[in-house]
Design a protein around this ligand. Sequence first.
Ligand SMILES: [Zn+2]
Length: 114
Amino acid sequence: MTPDALAEHLLEGLHAQLPPGVELAGFELEVGELVEVDVAALRVELERRAPGVEVVITPVAGLLRCLDCGARYPPDEHPCPVCGSGRAEIEHGSELGVKRAWVRQRDMPPAATE
Ligand SMILES: [Zn+2]
C-alpha cells in the first residue's frame, strides 16, 4: 500500500469512529520495522490530509520466533542463531495500525501551550 493510500485508509478509519461533537486531535500509530512502508512519506501524507492533527509514530522492533527451537531473535540475525533453522514466525514487527487516538471538542481551538 502506498503512503498516500495508507494515510487515507487510516484517517477514514479514525474519523468513522469519532462520536458527534468532537474532532480528531491526534493519534499514535504503531509501525513495525518489518512493514514495508516509508514512514517519513506516510507522516507527510497524514499531516497534509489532516492539518492540525498530532501524529505520533511509534516504531516497533522486529522479533522472530524460531519454529524449531523456540528461540526469539531479531530479524537481522536470521536464520536462527541458536539452531540455524530458517523456519520462523514473526512475533513483532508486522504491526501497522492506530494504537490510540485523542479528540477535542469541535469549534474550540486547542489550548494554548505558550
Ligand atoms: Zn532455532
